[in-house]
Design a protein around this ligand. Sequence first.
Ligand code: ZN
Length: 157
Amino acid sequence: MNLKELYQEIILDHGKNPRNLRKTDNFNKDAKGYNPLCGDKVHIYLKLNENKKIEDISFEGQGCAISMASASIMTSLVKGKEEKEAKEIIEDFLEMIKEKENLNTKLLEEDEKTKLMCLSGVKQYPMRVKCATLSWHTLTSALDKSQNEINIESKEI
Ligand code: ZN
């Protein structure tokens, strides 16, 4: 199996069987995101504890395999992280999708980075980039509570 096949396998797996697809009990942060270009919708729920650690994170939504796989992978990687660590991972991921070859964060293990790199294939397809970044922008919005509902069309990536 080459790298491209491995990446496709992981996306298919997460797209078909999304992790954390449910609503967190007693969530204290949430936000919705919408990608009108593809019709993807996501609602992210999280529970931040008193130490600003993400005790639980989940999502509800529907959309293409890329958007669902991205939300699934993202939620599984940031669960248990502190808020500032989650923000570093978000920033690193968005920079990778935008222009960088690789991920730089030291907060993720190599196998975790591999899961994120699966989504790097969208770079060749500008229309799909927003499918991959939707849940990430929505998580930022939930953490910052800047907007309750975001429309990804207004985002650069
Ligand atoms: Zn999509």
